[in-house]
Design a protein around this ligand. Structure first.
Ligand code: GDP
Length: 296
């Protein structure tokens, strides 16, 4: 597939015409282009360094040096390594738990947690034929609770009422009880997020995790966050055993380098991509396709 980077690499290869064979220094030139493409896509520097080192090891093997089309061979290695770094195959939601399977949503305010909660509810109802309950533990912003109510109705799921005077843990316990009594398959728990990482809030979500024992703990992160996604991802990974990532706002004009950084830092698979504000704007994450986008 043609991309700006592929064009650049082909040009480099053409410039080398007349040389008997591709040398290590040619490969270095090409890797410099790859490095620049990744940095332009806002992939975090340490992640770029590791990535380039891995590609270099492979590229310096016979695969590229002995190849008739070294530019294409290198692009092939880069693409494969990118896709491998971002995920292997499709990773749908895990519901292997005694019902209700609890899914805990974590992330900063504005990342898209509430929207994604409703999108997931719709996905689970339509694709997995599940009976889904949602609840908000965001007692700091009454508007957030109302927002979840509205989008849950759009998703065709049921919403469990909570109020700002309750403790998040009490809300969680009550919702879990209700879900059990009424035979829900899935309980989606939306949580509070601040604009920056906050110790108290981290403790709160850790307590919720201990209480709810979720089968999935999803980290929702805004693809437009670029480099900042790294610090956020680190903080959430330290606080919680993340089982998956949802990368939101991929319909924006970022190259989506955050996918690489967040995946490398958390080790958790990217399960879904948010691709619009609408309730049906959720796609199963496709690592191969995303690799092309990151390369630009
Ligand atoms: P929360 O604070 O983490 O719960 O974030 P919200 O769910 O309230 O989302 C914050 C804003 O981002 C809202 O205006 C959403 O409509 C918007 N949003 C969420 N996901 C997406 C997405 O995938 N694409 C776009 N374009 N907007 C999104």
């Amino acid at each position: 597939m043609a991309s700006a980077l592929t064009d650049k690499l082909s040009r480099l290869v053409k410039e080398m015409r007349g040389q008997a064979r591709i040398t290590e220094s040619n490969v270095q030139d090409m890797l410099r282009e790859v490095r620049m493409a990744l940095l332009e896509a806002d992939v975090a520097l340490p992640v770029v360094r590791d990535f380039i080192a891995r590609v270099k090891d492979k590229a310096l093997g016979q695969e590229v040096l002995g190849s008739l089309k070294p530019g294409q061979a290198l692009v092939g290695i880069v693409n494969a390594e990118l896709a491998a770094t971002m995920g292997e195959g499709v990773a749908d939601i895990n519901l292997a738990a005694q019902p209700p399977a609890v899914i805990l949503m974590a992330g900063l305010q504005g990342a898209g947690k509430t929207t994604t909660t409703a999108k997931l509810a719709k996905h689970l109802i339509e694709k997995r034929k599940k009976k889904v309950l949602t609840v908000s533990g965001d007692v700091y912003r009454p508007a957030a609770i109302e927002q979840l109510k509205t989008v849950t109705a759009q998703a065709g799921a049921e919403w469990f009422a909570s109020t700002p005077d309750q403790k998040p843990q009490d809300i969680a316990r009550a919702a879990l009880d209700y879900a059990k009594k009424h035979y829900f398959d899935v309980l989606l728990v939306d949580t509070a997020g601040r604009l920056a990482i906050d110790e108290l809030l981290m403790q709160e979500i850790k307590d919720l995790h201990a209480l709810l024992k979720p089968v999935e703990t999803l980290f929702v992160v805004d693809a437009m966050q670029g480099q900042d996604a790294v610090n956020t991802a680190k903080a959430f990974k330290e606080a919680l055993p993340l089982t998956g990532i949802v990368l939101t706002k991929l319909d924006g004009d970022s190259r989506g380098g955050a996918a690489l950084s967040v995946r490398a830092i958390t080790g958790a698979p990217i399960k879904f991509a948010g691709v619009s504000e609408k309730i049906d704007g959720l796609e199963v994450f496709d690592a191969d396709r995303h690799a092309q986008r990151v390369l630009g």
